[in-house]
Design a binder for this molecule. Structure first.
Ligand code: KG4
Ligand code: ZN
Length: 345
């Protein structure tokens, strides 16, 4: 079955073509970084307008790349939530109408399910069951995945998501938007041991996270450093790099401790990382080291499929369309959509 996938939940427009027999045939992406950069974060209305501008040209490019015609598409899958409602509606409207015009089935895809199954786009793909760490801008959670739609929530963030903590701390440091990658890059020049940040909630049992305290800790550290002798209230770039490194180490260490605990609890050896923060090099390296010590296996998507993309939506949609799921004729989208509401296939 050839499925067209559409992603438009936030600040990236992604279109992909996925074939149940041959795998991914094409994927195109447009990032809105330039649109939102001057505002220091995503402006929802601008996001919706930009999706509208790029959806059709990207769709045409994807069909060309896949070397197929519109009439070859057998199903359309689009992100219906969670995300920015206007942004979601842009993709949902194009997706649902296209399916109607072509007389083929349509399907709503849960954005986080797309992320969670994204490692299955790779040749070396994980087998069920596995423990998944999903770390994005809006969510941080650990799940035990027994199959498509069979997600047992093991723990989640009680406040800021890991990506949100990266973005907010980067903003405090004056690194702009998008903050996560900028902070990670600056951390590469940080000096180990200059600052020590706490590892939130690791002394307590359980698998929940809390990252908002780290942002406050970063703010206090910055203020102290700026008023130290000879600093005149300004932070030197090296100090910003040292703080970035200490912050990144704290987030990564905390995620690693909780992943190890989740694997032990579930008596499982397979770990999957997904979501935008999964692009973080330190996180990948630290989890790889931990998994090697445990004799397990670590899977993650290539960097471009960690952050938002159409390929993960086309794939998740294809799995569900193949199982006979269908979306009726209405165009619907949800800003919130608990993952536990998904049906097993
Ligand atoms: O999955 P994603 O593209 O969008 C959501 O569904 O939220 O994740 C975006 C998040 C942002 O918070 C971004 O700062 C973070 O992922 N991110 C990173 C890195 N690359 C993206 N955080 C840390 N290090 C990175 N290299
Ligand atoms: Zn995402």
């Amino acid at each position: 079955m050839i499925v067209l996938g559409i992603e438009s939940s936030c600040d990236e427009t992604g279109i992909a073509v996925y074939d149940s027999e041959r795998g991914l045939l094409a994927h195109t992406l447009h990032s809105q970084v330039a649109v939102h950069a001057e505002y220091g974060g995503v402006v929802p209305e601008l996001a919706s307008r930009d999706h509208i501008r790029y959806l059709i040209p990207l769709l045409e490019k994807a069909l060309q790349q896949a070397e197929i015609q519109k009439s070859d598409i057998e199903g359309v899958a689009y992100t219906a939530g969670p995300g920015l409602i206007g942004a979601l509606m842009s993709g949902a409207s194009v997706g649902r109408s296209l399916a109607w015009a072509l007389g083929i089935p349509a399907l709503e895809v849960h954005h986080m399910e797309g992320h969670l199954l994204a490692p299955m786009l790779e040749e070396n793909s994980p087998k069920f069951p596995f423990v998944a760490l999903l770390v994005s801008g809006g969510h941080t959670l650990l799940a035990y995945v027994k199959g498509v739609g069979q997600y047992e929530l093991l723990g989640q963030s009680l406040d800021d998501a890991a990506g949100e903590a990266f973005d907010k701390t980067a903003k405090l440091l004056g690194l702009g938007y998008p903050g996560g990658p900028a902070l990670a890059e600056l951390a590469e020049t940080g000096r180990t041991g200059s600052y020590k940040f706490p590892r939130p909630m690791v002394d307590r049992p359980g698998l929940d996270f809390s990252f908002s305290g780290l942002k406050t800790f970063a703010l206090n550290t910055m203020q102290k450093a700026a008023h130290a002798d000879g600093c005149n209230g300004e932070l030197a770039l090296q100090v910003k790099a040292d703080i970035s490194l200490a912050f990144e180490e704290a987030v990564v260490d905390t995620l690693k401790i909780k992943c190890r605990r989740a694997l032990e609890q579930q008596d499982c050896r397979t770990l999957v990382i997904a979501g935008g923060v999964g692009a973080n090099k330190r996180l990948r390296a630290q989890l790889a080291e931990m998994i090697e010590q445990q004799g397990g296996e670590l899977f993650y998507p290539r960097i471009e499929f960690c952050t938002d993309n159409g390929a993960m939506i086309a794939q998740a949609g294809c799995f569900r369309l193949m199982a006979g799921e269908r979306q009726p004729l209405e165009i619907d989208a949800r800003a919130r959509w608990p993952m536990q509401d998904l049906k097993a296939i």
